[in-house]
Design a protein around this ligand. Structure first.
Ligand code: AMP
Length: 202
């Protein structure tokens, strides 16, 4: 099964795709996570990546596509999280024959609330939330806010989302493989809606 999960920043793509990966035995590919890993190495490439992420902009087209394709390797069961983020990126993975695209539909007001309480574990790369997804005991002290979760950068990420990523939703809708899921509500309820939709795809 080859899946894509799309949605605005803070819609829960990361958390949902991690769970789907476990439940359906898929490789979870988050281009954002892979970029942050490279950034941490502080290489020349890492510094370049940082300059895009910190401003809330997308990294260059070819860089995102190369990272995503390399991550798949020979795997036939995977879920792309936050990729493709533009129609050009979507066109460049046409040959992969994606089975379904899950679109997490969440109100902008709600995701802004979620983003402001979001915490990142720099050791594992996992994301938690003060209220909705509290971290396990003992790791609270090492958790940090993502640098791109500040009001100014969030605003820019939404601009980019509306301009570049929303057309991707239409692109897959036209292909007839888009599954729109109501992303409002408790994480457990949202996940159950998605799990049921994925079972139907299988
Ligand atoms: P995320 O963790 O998915 O919120 O991504 C964090 C940041 O990584 C984004 O704001 C972009 O700067 C970059 N990024 C992630 N995925 C992509 C992509 N598919 N294309 C370009 N840039 C990306």
């Amino acid at each position: 099964m080859k899946l894509i999960i799309l949605g605005p920043p803070g819609s829960g793509k990361g958390t949902v795709s991690e769970r789907l990966a476990k439940d359906f035995n898929l490789l979870h590919i988050s281009v954002g996570d892979l970029l942050r890993k490279e950034e941490k190495k502080k290489t020349e490439l890492g510094k370049e990546i940082k300059s895009y992420i910190d401003k809330g902009n997308l990294v260059p087209h070819q860089m995102a596509v190369d990272i995503a394709k390399k991550a798949i390797g020979k795997k036939k069961n995977f879920i792309f999280d936050g990729f493709p983020r533009s129609v050009d990126q979507a066109r460049s993975i046409e040959e992969l024959d994606i089975d379904a695209v899950i679109y997490l539909d969440v109100q902008e007001k709600e995701v802004i609330k979620r983003l402001s309480g979001r915490l990142l574990d720099p050791v594992t790369g996992k994301t938690y939330h003060r209220q909705y997804l509290p971290p396990p005991k003992g790791i609270e002290k090492r958790l940090v806010h993502r640098k791109d979760d500040t009001p100014k950068v969030i605003k820019e990420r939404f601009k980019v989302y509306h301009r570049e990523t929303e057309p991707v939703i239409m692109y897959y809708q036209k292909k007839g493989i888009l599954k729109k899921i109501d992303g409002d509500g408790k994480p457990e309820e949202v996940y159950e809606r998605i799990r049921k939709a994925v079972i139907k795809i299988r």
